[in-house]
Each structure stands twice: as C-alpha cells, then as structure tokens.
Design a protein around this ligand. Structure first.
Ligand code: GDD
Ligand code: MN
Length: 413
C-alpha cells in the first residue's frame, strides 16, 4: 500500500507532543512499516525536490515500499510545502504536512513522528547538509540492536567541511556547557548537536516531549528509554541552496532547553513522573501559599489592631484575605505556573486567570470551613488537628483546580 493514498496534506496533530506506542491507524498498527523519516523544512524551496529524489532512490533500493518520507514545513513563505505537495503524485512514499499554528524545528520533528506509521523514527535536514548514504548505516545499527543511531561529526569518518575557527569553537563550547549542565544526556554521545538520527518508536513512546529550539536529540535521550546508542561518522556538508536558520536566539534557547531538561529529568522530575503528579509545582504552590499567610497577618494587623487603624475585625479580614489572594496570584503566575502564563500573554488573559484563581480560592475557603467542622464534630475532636487536615484538603483543592482551570493553555497561537 502506498504511504499516501491521496495528494492531500497531512492533518497536523495537536495537543501534547507525545509519540504513541503504535501507529495511529488500525491498518498500520497491525502492519507498521520499517522507517518513517521526517524532513523538517523552512524555506527549502530550492532543495526539496532534490532531496526527495535522492532519498527515494536510495531507500527504494535498500528497503523498497518499507519506508515513508514525511516533510513537515512551517508554512514557509517561499511555499516549500506547496512544491512538496506537487511532488506527491511522483513519489508514493512521500507525505507532506504544512503547519500554520505552531513552529520550530524540534516540534516539527515530533509532529511528523506523531503521524508516522513506522517502527523506526528518523530525522534528516532538508538542505542536503546531511549525506543521505549514512541512512543505510544508521538503519543497520538499529537492526543490529541499537535503540538509537546517530550520525556524528566527531567519530571516525566524521567532520565538518570548512568551518571557521569561531564556528568550531562555538559548537564545541555549546557541547562543553551541555556536558556540565546535563552530563547524563550529553555524555552518552559524541555529537549531541546532531540533527541526523534514528530511534526505535518503542524507546520514546509515551514520553511527553517538551522541546525548545533546535536540539531534538537531547530531548529524545533525556526523556526516552534509550538503552543502546550507536554512531556513524559523517561529514557535515556545506549548503549550496538556501540559508541556515540558526541565529543567536538558538543559543539562548539551547541553554534554556538544557536547564529545563535538567530539572525535569532530575530527582524531583522522576518522582513527579512516577506518581503522575507535578510535585515541583505543588511545592512552589505551597511556598507561595505560606507567603500569603504573612501578607494576610500583616494587613490584618495594619487594619484592625487597636494601635493602628482599629477597623472592625470582619471587614479587616475580608480585605486582608483578598490582599493575600492577590499576592499569591502574582507569585503563582510569575513562578509556579510561569511556563503556562508565558504562553498566554496580555492583560485580558492575566485578568481572566486572576478572576478564576480568586473564585477557586474563595471556594477553597468554604471547603476549609466545611472540612474543619466535619472532622472536628465527627472524627477527631481536636480543633488544631482538624484544622490542619482542613488546610491540607483546601490546599490540594486550590492547587488541583487552579492547575486544571486557571493555568491551563486555552488558546495556542
Ligand atoms: N519545520 C521547520 N521549522 N523546519 C526548520 C525550522 C523550523 O522552524 N528551522 C529550521 N528548519 C529546517 C531547515 O529547513 C533544515 O532542513 C533543518 O531544519 C536544519 O536547519 P538549518 O538552519 O539548516 O540548521 P543548521 O544547518 O545550522 O544546523 C544543522 O546542524 C546542526 C549541527 O550543527 C542541523 O542539522 C541541526 O539539526 C544540527 O543540530
Ligand atoms: Mn543546514
């Protein structure tokens, strides 16, 4: 069966960046193909036909009918996707995705893998800087037992063609920095920057990827269950058509990515995964809640103490409670849930989150009182223990409902 039965574009998956254990369609679930190779592209109009042609000829010979090429284009202004689409009738193993709502190299690769029907998932650049023949070696290494096989510039047979000293220095510098921050991942391969590799689907199925920027390999090794890794040398060729999309921004993102991976694959991250609960977030939420107690106390003192304003107690408490809620919101928005609020910028969104947070916390207060009464009157006739239990229940409620409602990504650009 052909990989594409029509000449239409692939539907872009949405939601979590997670690879399923099996291909999604019933047919391919029972009959997966061997290799799904993703070619991420952005403004590669002058390369695309060439690379599709070369890869098809190579793979038609090596594994005829047992592969697919998946181009994932981020709506290139040079209409790379349209040109790719026009190739569909001539290349039965080709599939094309045009993304318009999301962008970036790493997520492009994962979106491509999500629709893949293969047992082995691979990626190769679309600009012919990665020599296609190496694919056969990579494939062989996986068939010999490796979970992941990457093309490396830093083993025998590898190298870069004519890089300046500065570029070599930057590239190595990034690698050393990575080794310091994330030795468990970068220490496993000689070329962690490689964007040319293959991995068994089973080794990354089920892991939610959270990549920033360019370095998808780090994500795969960091979050997957990759046991054996093999490498094949390759010479990184010079570009002849189009230009590189790497700017200083990719260096910043690279560092962010390292730190994020470090945190989420560290001890706390592992516990979170095991118990399927965001432990780190909950701790931050708790710390913020604790700060709210002091804010509440301070404001209550300023308003109601006989030596200060001496306002009535109830009125003072309502104000101090509300100020504490406001305090907690600010910290939670900027810290506990910073990753989520960053995706939902703008005053409108912030105010919406604040109102939700407010309502949920007030409901939490009611819950607090109810639980206190139930526990005290029916279970444990000690008001302080009962209160501790009530506070714990209300905190968990506050955290969980806010996690699900207030800091939830509702509109993805
Ligand atoms: N879909 C999509 N979206 N594709 C992209 C994007 C994007 O935002 N940015 C770049 N690409 C595609 C390019 O069209 C190309 O096919 C491939 O990703 C690599 O991009 P380049 O801009 O050519 O990267 P490079 O040559 O500097 O970097 C290469 O070498 C690195 C090692 O030094 C890539 O192979 C990297 O993956 C590799 O890590
Ligand atoms: Mn390139």
């Amino acid at each position: 069966m052909n990989a594409n039965s029509s000449n239409s574009l692939l539907v872009v998956p949405t939601g979590a960046l997670k690879i399923s254990e099996h291909p999604l369609t019933d047919f391919h679930r029972d009959n997966p193909i061997l290799l799904s190779l993703v070619i991420p592209t952005y403004k590669e109009r002058n390369n695309i036909e060439n690379i599709v042609n070369i890869l098809s000829r190579l793979l038609d010979e090596a594994i005829p009918g047992n592969y697919e090429l998946i181009i994932v284009d981020d709506d290139s202004p040079d209409l790379t996707w349209e040109l790719a689409q026009s190739l569909l009738p001539d290349y039965p193993q080709l599939r094309v995705m045009r993304r318009q709502e999301e962008w970036g190299l790493s997520s492009a690769v994962i979106r491509g893998w999500q629709v893949a029907t293969g047992r082995i998932l691979g990626v190769i650049d679309g600009d012919l800087q990665h020599p296609p023949e190496v694919l056969i070696q990579l494939l062989q290494k996986i068939e010999e037992g490796a979970d992941l096989a990457l093309a490396s510039r830093h083993v025998d047979g590898g190298g870069v063609s004519s890089w300046t000293i500065i570029r070599r220095f930057l590239s190595r510098g990034a690698q050393v920095l990575g080794l310091i921050i994330l030795p468990g991942v970068l220490g496993r391969v000689t070329d962690p920057m490689s964007g040319y590799f293959m991995v068994r689907r089973s080794a990354i199925a089920g892991a939610t990827m959270n990549p920033v920027g360019y370095k998808i390999l780090l994500e795969v090794i960091g979050r997957g269950q990759v046991r054996e890794i093999a490498e094949a040398g390759y010479i990184f060729r010079e570009r002849t058509e189009g230009e590189s999309k790497v700017t200083w921004k990719q260096y910043v993102e690279y560092i962010q990515h390292l730190i994020r991976l470090r945190v989420s694959t560290g001890r706390l991250g592992k516990i979170s995964q095991k118990v399927n609960f965001p432990v780190g977030r909950f701790i931050r939420f708790g710390v913020v809640g604790f700060s709210g107690v002091f804010v509440d106390m301070a404001v209550l003192y300023l308003l109601s103490d006989p030596s200060t304003l001496a306002l009535p107690l109830t009125r003072s408490k309502i104000i101090s409670g509300e100020v504490a809620i406001f305090n907690n919101f600010l910290w939670n928005d900027a810290w506990t849930f910073a990753d989520v609020s960053m995706q939902q910028k703008g005053w409108n969104q912030t105010i919406k989150r604040f109102l939700k947070f407010n309502v949920i916390c007030l409901a939490g207060l009611v819950l607090n009182v109810v639980v206190l009464n139930i526990v005290f009157n029916l279970l444990i006739p000690n008001r302080y223990i009962a209160n501790l239990i009530a506070i714990a229940v209300a905190t968990i409620w506050n955290f969980w409902v806010n996690l699900k409602l207030s800091w939830r990504v509702t509109d993805v650009k």
